[in-house]
Design a protein around this ligand. Sequence first.
Ligand code: PLP
Length: 639
Amino acid sequence: MSSSNKNIIKPNKAWCVDQAKEFYSIYEWGEGYFDVNNQGNVVATPGGDVKIDLVKVCQEVKRLGLSYPLLVRFPQILQARSKEIDTAFEYSAKKYFCSLTHIPCYPIKVNQQRTVVEHILSSQCESIGLEVGSKTELLVALGLIEEQTHVLVCNGYKDRAYIRLALYAQCMGINVFIVIESPSELSIIKQESERLDLIPNIGLRLKLNSVAEGNWQNSGGKDAKFGLDAKDILFCLDKLTKWNCQTWLKLIHFHMGSQISKLNEFAIGLREAMHVYNEIYKLGVKLKYIDVGGGLAIDYASQHDASYFSRAYTIQEYADVVVENIKTYCDLHGIPIPTVLTENGRAISAHHAMLITNVVRVREYEEINNDINAFQSDSDELVSLGRQLNQLVDDGVKDIRSHKVKFELMLNEKLFRGEVDLETKAWAEQVMRKCEAYVMLHNHDKQHMSLSSVENYYCNFSVFQSMPDVWGLSQIFPVMPLNRLEEEPLIRALLHDLTCDSDGKISRYAYNQTISDYLTLHELSFDDEYILGFFLLGAYQEVLGDMHNLFGDAHSINVTQDELGILQFSEIEIGDCVNELLASIHLEGSQIVQCCNERLQKSNTTNVTSEEILEEINDALYGYTYLDSIDRPPHRIKR
Ligand code: PLP
């Protein structure tokens, strides 16, 4: 643990919890769902007066026997977000004097966990539906939709079995829309619906020319992977007319991509889609629905701007753009206002889940020599320069930059020439660390601090499993300590995970109104656990997470709080054990045990029994894939 800074880093008396809130931008990215209490702990505020102290959650969850990393879900947030978006549409409809009906359809690809889908479906919206993109997702929807009024949008490329299942869903009374991605799907729909004597509801997915810039822009534009171009649309219309089945076509659909940060780009796409809607309408097809897809962004980076990880608009402004554009277009062309379906997944689910884990260690510094001035070495020139520098710091001299640079240069030169022994190098590193902490504290001059002054904090989790978009897209997620927020954080830290992969780290952080390549955290203490929260992980991260280094799913739990303030835990899912990860690579745990057993038979171990070793292997097979927070002693088998 780092302790060499202790002499000089003193907590700023003026620092208070309000500063911590501002520093970590909790109100910006938290959008009212997270706060900090007077004890300096982060609280979740999922709705009403409920304040869930996350430090208490950690304490109680530990009593249940769960260790870090832990994925915590707040189901109320899912319901609040669904309602918030729906209410924004209601408000817009009133504002623009139009009787527009809005149906939010949750795209389950964003997070298919049963508990997530169930809570969204039970939110207090007038009407709510699901969007699916594959046969398996369709089966998930069939297992979870309860009331028959729910809308089900079937997207994605379809084979006959998918189409048949969708039509069977309609037989069960669900309001199904089969959205055509490829013209070839049309004749299968016709054959299968005639067989079932059903009138299907068909939608056409449009390929728009408009593009919404961002990391997911390939969902839009003329080169998009999905959607029908004008020729395909005419082909479908022609077929439907020939079959005298024009009334089957009820909906047009578009999706411009996820995390659309500029609303004006979305508005251009919407107008392009409305134009196609009107063109089809003019050809005599009485369309009734427009599905505007997903894309409502999250302000992950708290920048309130059009950068890829933020958004330059509010939910209300988004709803206003949809409603106003549709109303204006319909009024202008004298066509009825369609029912609007939205497929916002990220905006509904991102806030509801966060990961909690502990920092397991920082790069450890052994305090070789407490008294920098007393250090003796053969490298006299370097040591005397270091002592001078140390003296300047102790004397509180404001500008030590030129001395520091000189010392650093000499150290490097001598190192490259092989003239510094290990003890002197360790001592010099201590001098540098002391200076850097001093500069940070007294000068607040970030420009003159090199990256070497950043501490490496190792955390008990896997970026690849819990935050895959950090690795794949350099996505920014809010990260902050869950406790000690009444103390000023003074250590510039870089967070690493447990994987043996240099990409297993977080390199970009958004806080203190900027994007930074380090996160300012507290110094670790030997006695207290330092816990970090990684927020807004509810969308895409669980489903995209992979098993790099065979780290598996983290434990997860739903957390609510009753009227008496008592924490309620439900849906406790124990994370993957080692055996499950091995099964995923088609290796049976029993094979490992057998193999070890055979090897033990041949070896002549004396100071440990074979049973003891095999017992340990068995325990490991059924253990958590992450670091054990309890230091379990080895199995002692009585001889
Ligand atoms: N609808 C479709 C067709 C999609 O492909 C996606 C995701 O890419 C979504 C909706 C959800 O988008 P978002 O999570 O940005 O709301």
